[in-house]
Design a protein around this ligand. Structure first.
Ligand SMILES: CC(C)(COP(=O)(O)OP(=O)(O)OC[C@H]1O[C@@H](n2cnc3c(N)ncnc32)[C@H](O)[C@@H]1OP(=O)(O)O)[C@@H](O)C(=O)NCCC(=O)NCCS
Length: 210
């Protein structure tokens, strides 16, 4: 399936994975925009400028965009900016992920290899479900949240806008992670985590604010 040429924003490690996923789904990657516009390639895709090029790309035949930037707030802002520039956000979904047919997916989402998204989960725009992460039934992953590699979210877990769950963290059923919260690697969340809290450990305790 090809949706027309895709511009990728971001040139780091996350962008490499995304570009390969987009190509594997039949997309043509037109090029990469990065804050550092020095000409170079990212897994063979050329860096063609910085974000200021975004507005002119539709006239050059680019129809789609993917925001491959780890910073959750920035990813959300640039995603909306790309949409205002007339570009559609594509999803980058690994053929080795398992997404339930009853799950709802927004746009601009990355779902990496080995991820599992179970029944009636709702993955909103610009979220990242990273390698091997599990979102069990009825999960709600809000806009631009990032669930890092190897996370395990039990059923009915909500992750707020722009929240980040560190690698290998887990969440027991029904808990809410507030917007902009950060959960440390390996934490086990057994209580709700407030918005903008930094939490870590087993069980996870709030240790500060982000
Ligand atoms: C939780 C986290 C955000 C804290 O970052 P930070 O504020 O820079 O923390 P520091 O490295 O300064 O460590 C502060 C203290 O917290 C402890 N700490 C840090 N991360 C911890 C974690 N995940 N679990 C338990 N304790 C942790 C440190 O040991 C240190 O304690 P000490 O002062 O007694 O030695 C970070 O350590 C983390 O876990 N990030 C996840 C990264 C990740 O998963 N990335 C995936 C990208 S795909």
């Amino acid at each position: 399936m090809s949706a027309g040429p895709v511009i990728v924003l971001g040139a780091g490690g996350h962008a490499k994975v995304v570009i390969e996923l987009l190509r594997a789904s039949g997309h043509e990657v037109f090029g990469v925009l990065d804050a550092d516009p020095t000409p170079r390639t990212v897994v063979d895709a050329p860096v063609i400028g910085d974000d200021s090029r975004l507005e002119s790309l539709k006239a050059e035949g680019v129809t789609h965009a993917f925001i491959a930037i780890g910073d959750n707030g920035l990813r959300l802002r640039l995603g909306r900016k790309a949409q205002r520039a007339g570009l559609e956000l594509v999803n980058a979904v690994s053929p080795f992920a398992r997404v339930s047919p009853s799950a709802r997916l927004g746009v601009g989402i990355a779902i990496m290899a080995g991820a599992v998204i179970n029944a009636e989960s709702d993955i909103r725009d610009l979220a990242i479900i990273n390698t091997g992460a599990v979102i069990d039934h009825d999960g709600l992953i809000c806009e631009a949240a990032h669930v890092a590699p190897g996370c395990a979210l039990a059923g009915d877990v909500t992750v707020g806008q722009r929240a980040f769950l560190g690698v290998g963290s887990s969440v027991i059923p029904g808990r809410h992670i507030g917007e902009d919260a950060v959960v440390g690697a390996g934490a086990c969340v057994v209580h709700d985590i407030p918005a903008s809290a930094l939490a870590m450990g087993v069980p996870a305790r709030v240790t500060g604010r982000v």
